[in-house]
Design a protein around this ligand. Sequence first.
Ligand code: AMP
Ligand code: ZN
Length: 468
Amino acid sequence: MLLYNTLTKKREEFVPITPGRVTMYVCGPTVYDFIHIGNARPMIVFDSLRRYFEHKGFEVNYVSNFTDVDDKIIRKSVEEGIPAQEVAERYIKECRQDMEHMNVKPATVHPRATEAIPGMIEMIQTLIDKGYAYEKNGTVYYRTRLFKEYGKLSHKNLDDLRSGFRDLKVSGEDEKEDPLDFVLWKPKKEGEPFWESPWSEGRPGWHIECSVMAKRFLGDTIDIHAGGEDLIFPHHENEIAQSEACNGVPFAHYWLHNAFLNIDNRKMSKSLGNFFTVREIEKTYNLQVLRLFMLSAHYRSPLNFSHELMESAKSAYERICNCVDNLNFLAGSAADGEMSGAEKELAAKNAEFTVRFDQSMEDDVNTADALSVIFDLVKFANSEVSGENSRAFVLAVKKQITDLGDILGLIFEQKREVLDSEIEELIAQRQAARREKDFKRADEIRGRLADMGITLLDTREGVKWKRA
Ligand code: AMP
Ligand code: ZN
């Protein structure tokens, strides 16, 4: 599989550290409000990559953090007069709900920054001991110029950066040795949440949390580290500096970054105020439509949000769902028995759709092409599958569509609760068919019930049934 690696600026063959296993760390949201659909882009994209790995038989250890201590959370807690932890707790819960409705799988672990503070203190101490960090008045800074490879991820010219920083000097940071040095630990301000540390009562900087949580749950070197492209600098650059100076080994082999979700060609963000929350979108659209919209572009291409594009994603989604509905309907009345010779040939030929789908995903996660394979399969189903086909064939085509959808986390079939009365009505029809010796019809009905997940037991006391 080819993945574009920001570190090398090349598409590279993916080779996991341990065969059959993938370790992935994806930077998660700061939980001070509902997530917006820009935040949803990395969630959906990297969840689809994870699902593809799992489909290929890899065991994926997927870690994604919640940043639950931060200036914005503290500001909100002051505004609302409630503890910062309560703000974070509330929006973690809301975020998990949005993820579930977007069919984003929960991570193997969703660590919270505040649960990893002892590990952060330990890593900061190691960095101080190794000379990579220094303390000034309770603040601990990372000594950037000591990490020789600083800038290797963002491919930035450090001298240009330094002079830029000098022009924009932030007050209170005069004590830094170098404008590029960044904060690992800072003392509390009045009323802020704090933790004890050897340097001051305070709290960690943002970057250290990801280095520590990746180390704790995935090890010193991980396969894939991912997030939105705004994180390349300084966040990921700083994570590399911290982790590699502390652990003495490469931090991540592949660095993946999604491009922005834009509105009118500007990044959707809270600070610009040009955003829609996932919750708002859900009032108008099934979130499967949002998911399909996100996957309709390559993850490294900017994607412009508009209601026209959402409407066309909606009709595309409905086209697939209608096709699957129709296949279910055809299967209900299709003849039992094996596929005919011609059907077997067609089914073998249809395996090419799956091959093409996999090739698209192997090509740096080209979900746009992978989706177009599903549409080709829908076209095939709509024009070539009819009431003349065997149930086995109809169901095989349906399964191919729903299985490919599942790899992208797309659900095309709404599981409907089948009512007891519907089941009993079908059983009565089957009994009537048997009384009339219409065994073909009786078997058809048994097949339909089986498709609904209902098993029949013919007993001496009559027909009994159970749900699968
Ligand atoms: P934040 O809560 O701002 O740290 O963002 C959480 C994740 O969402 C990070 O991986 C960001 O890069 C990503 N992100 C934020 N805004 C956008 C956007 N407009 N488009 C794509 N990704 C975004
Ligand atoms: Zn991070």
